[in-house]
Design a protein around this ligand. Structure first.
Ligand code: ADP
Length: 445
């Protein structure tokens, strides 16, 4: 008990004793002490009931006026109750204001926000943007099953993945198929999920424009380059010996530009595809072909070794896989000094997948460069890449081809020791050799 409350309590007890004494005194004077005391006690009880009644009334009232001053226990109780109630109201108001502010923020977001109850998978709440982006309307869709409300989006399997659900990129909006959305699921508590949908139409349009632009420019450059290249080939250095060096440099540069344009076109074509035609890719002839390419590029300057440990084939796009592996082999030759070794190996993974790795004993790559190596035109050493005839697009092409095969590229490298580029294919991409394809393609002649 606080000192104030204790004081009020003793004061009330004192007042009670005084009143009873006064009643008894009056009774003695009148010659009837006990009836007078009983009447006084009844009066005191009545007064206390009346105070209790008043406190209850004040507790129930919507608008509570400030308690009137007084020093008794009842006044003290009233003041304490008033203070508790006022504090509670203020806390409630503060929480409400915060809640309203959060809701206003969520409602004003340009992205659609949908609150989903995890167990029942029903829509609990959604913001304004959910109407134009996802077609959710209040009150029809309030408490509706989310898969049904967002038809024809494939929500059922997606929600089943729960925490592991990968974002759905580039899906058509259920209201407007021309609108492209990116959907993410955030399981932010055990009971609630947050579904976020962002309009990415503009971004995708820009991305398409960029891709088309690069493809068109490369395409337009191709014809004049072929013409220039043709004329340069026709010019005979023997007629003008003083031009020999000049002509050789012009030919080299025009070849480089042609390679660049071809690589840019390959990359644009790969970017424009969601998937590639699938076929049985016979790995034995492919490995043999990679060996020939490595030997031709090396011109006898390196030891080339091919190991076929897996004895399996792959399911995928033969031309593109050949181009990707060829790029790795070409890099290994170009970034390995004379006398070094290059090893191409096809092996099996523990989970049934397959691994094609190209190892070299070349210059190696400092670890800081590894994460950015597959970016277009990213080079560790520009001069070394140019000297060796690189376009800076080889690994970007490799990454795209592997991505279209759900395969991963792993790069291990140590400066001065060498590098290993490994392409890892899942078990679903691995095929037994000699089945379901033209056998002449498997066994090299
Ligand atoms: P480039 O045409 O320049 O070779 P890539 O995309 O094929 O372009 O490779 C990007 C960069 O990665 C190269 O410029 C080179 O610096 C580095 N690189 C690629 N392969 C190897 C390798 N086997 N050894 C060392 N560095 C490599």
């Amino acid at each position: 008990m606080s000192p104030d409350a204790r004081q009020a309590w003793f004061r009330t007890l004192g007042q009670l004793a005084l009143v009873l004494l006064a009643g008894l005194g009056l009774g003695l004077l009148l010659g009837h002490p006990w009836p007078a005391l009983a009447i006084t006690a009844l009066g005191v009880v009545g007064w206390h009931y009346w105070r209790l009644h008043r406190v209850l009334q004040r507790l129930e009232a919507r608008q509570r006026p400030e308690p009137v001053g007084g020093s008794g226990a009842w006044n003290s109780l009233d003041a304490l109750l008033f203070r508790g109630q006022t504090e509670m109201r203020m806390r409630k108001r503060r929480l409400l204001t915060m809640l309203r502010a959060y809701r206003a923020v969520a409602a004003a977001l340009p992205d659609a926000v949908v609150l989903v109850e995890r167990n029942s998978q029903r829509v609990l709440w959604f913001n304004e943007a959910a109407t134009p982006l996802l077609g959710l309307h209040y009150p029809q869709h309030h408490n509706a099953p989310v898969a049904q409300a967002l038809q024809p989006l494939p929500m059922a399997q997606w929600l089943a993945a729960g925490r592991n659900a990968e974002p759905m990129e580039d899906v058509a909006s259920p209201v407007d198929p021309g609108r492209r959305l990116s959907l993410r699921l955030l399981p932010y508590s055990d009971e609630l999920w947050l579904l976020l949908a962002r309009d990415v139409s503009k971004l995708l349009r820009l991305e398409h424009m960029r891709r088309d632009f690069v493809a068109n420019v490369s395409h337009e450059l191709r014809t004049p380059l072929t013409v220039i290249h043709g004329y340069l080939e026709m010019l005979d250095a023997d007629d003008n010996p003083e031009w020999a060096a000049l002509l050789a440099e012009m030919r080299r540069q025009s070849q480089r530009m042609t390679r660049l344009v071809e690589d840019l076109l390959t990359l644009s074509r790969l970017e424009a595809r969601d998937q590639l035609p699938e076929e049985h890719v016979a790995m034995a002839p492919l490995l043999a072909s990679l060996r020939r390419e490595a030997e031709a590029l090396s011109g006898g300057r390196h030891r080339v070794q091919v190991e076929d440990l897996a004895q399996v084939d792959l399911r995928g796009a033969s031309k593109e896989l050949h181009s990707a592996f060829g790029n790795l082999v070409s890099n290994a030759v170009r970034y390995t000094p004379d006398g070094g070794g290059i090893s191409i190996r096809l092996s099996r993974e523990a989970d049934g997948g397959a691994l094609l790795s190209v190892r070299d004993s070349g210059y190696g790559i400092p670890a800081a460069h590894l994460p950015r190596l597959t970016e277009r035109f990213y080079r560790v050493s520009t001069s070394r890449s140019r000297e060796s005839g690189g376009t800076g697009l080889g690994l970007a092409i490799v990454k795209h081809v592997l991505g279209l095969h759900e395969a991963q590229l792993r790069i291990d490298s140590e400066v001065g020791i060498g590098s290993t580029f490994s392409c890892r294919f899942g078990p679903e991409r691995v095929l037994d050799r000699g089945l379901d394809h033209d056998s002449s393609a498997i066994h090299p002649t």
